[in-house]
Design a protein around this ligand. Structure first.
Ligand code: CA
Length: 377
């Protein structure tokens, strides 16, 4: 058999407005964007990947900086190519490595490798341990309404509906964005807990809204509200703060969506997280995410990938989740994002409280060409 090589790498920016602006501790979200990466092999097989973040800059980084180091290479050499892209990124930018852009290329290569060998990417990543996963619902963002009572009412109603259907919900805190503070944050969690009852799993996500002191105060309150984990309580750089909170609080501490691969080493060495949350489309792709998963496993730290992207990112995350041991969760984003449902021929959905993990070759995600053209940035 003649060796198949990578013929072309193309970056496709996609953009969609949200139904209604929504907020979390750091910002308001008015549109959703991603950059999809299309890798075509010399036999015509195509793999897709996804990069987190703005279209601007990402498309150019993929096509001008990264693609020349992948074209002409054997697409089955994914690990070697990831290491090369990482080194190229380091040499090009010195103080940063463009990990979100590398993610799209790496994920596309894993999709392609699976398709070329006729197996699901999870099989190549180490083996499928499950065919479905329990989801928890991400949503319950801040609404563009006046007054804290209306704010509470809308978030509580949304959480109750999701809890009724899937039994696990993640809330956002950090209402300082709207001029409130930690007391209102705790009150929001209290009201949601009361509304969803004791059987619902409730996670709380601060998106690093707090300094150490406020994080400790809020964390103490969360202990009595049966919170599954307290996510990103302090700034990602503050690994010592994470470790201190983990030592001090009874509520488990989670984080990782803003951390690079080498920073997970620091998080693990400092015993800074109870739950590790790398994002496949941010951290550099499935290659580093799998390496992080193995380190997490060795240390007895559960891995729950952060997922907030389109159907491609969701599909890639599911392939990683298929390989994890223990009882993983799927972060199931239900905030407004047409790119999550419209781009896939068969959008991911929960059935009987589970989300199925495709076992078709590669990621098992088929994209709708017409929708892709419609949302192209
Ligand atoms: Ca988060």
């Amino acid at each position: 058999m003649t060796e198949v090589t990578v013929d072309a790498v193309e970056a496709v920016g996609v953009r969609a407005p949200v139904d209604e602006p929504f907020g979390y501790s750091q910002a308001w979200v008015r549109e959703r964007t991603a950059t999809l990466v299309r890798v075509e092999a010399s036999d015509g097989t195509v793999g897709w990947g996804e990069c987190w973040g703005p279209v601007e800059g990402t498309v150019e980084t993929v096509e001008s900086v990264l693609a020349p180091h992948v074209v002409g290479e054997n697409p089955l050499d994914v690990e070697r190519l990831y290491d090369r892209l990482y080194d190229v990124g380091r040499a090009t930018y010195q103080t940063i490595v463009p990990l979100p852009a590398i993610s799209g290329v790496d994920v596309a290569l894993w999709d392609l490798a699976g398709k070329l060998q006729g197996v699901s990417t999870a099989t190549l990543l180490g083996g499928r341990r499950r065919e479905s996963v329990r989801p928890y619902v991400t949503g319950h963002y801040f609404k563009p309404v006046d007054g804290i009572e209306r704010q509470y009412d809308r978030i509580v109603a949304e959480a109750r509906a999701n809890a009724d259907e899937l039994g696990a919900v993640k809330l956002k805190v950090g209402l300082e964005l709207l001029g409130y503070g930690p007391e209102e944050d705790v009150e929001l969690v209290r009201r949601v807990r009361e509304a969803v009852g004791p059987e619902t799993t409730v996670m709380v996500d601060a998106n690093y809204a707090y300094d150490r002191r406020d994080a400790r105060r809020v964390g103490r309150e969360l202990e009595s509200l049966d919170v599954e984990w307290f996510e990103e309580p302090v700034r990602p750089e503050d690994v010592e703060g994470y470790a201190h909170l983990r030592e001090t609080l009874d509520v488990p501490v989670a984080g990782g969506e803003c951390h690079a691969p080498f920073e997970f080493d620091r998080l693990f060495e400092a015993h800074a997280v109870d739950v590790a949350q790398p994002d496949v489309c941010i951290v550099g792709g499935l290659t580093p995410a799998r390496r992080i998963a193995r380190r997490a496993r060795d240390r007895g730290v559960p891995l729950v990938p952060h997922v907030w992207g389109t159907a491609v990112c969701l599909g890639a995350s599911l392939q990683l989740i298929a390989t994890l041991d223990g009882r993983p969760w799927l972060e199931f984003d239900r905030s407004s994002n047409p790119l999550r449902s419209a781009l896939a021929v068969e959008p991911f959905a929960a059935e009987d409280g589970r989300v199925s993990i495709p076992d078709a070759p590669g990621l098992g995600v088929e994209l709708d060409a017409e929708a892709l053209a419609r949302y192209r940035a």
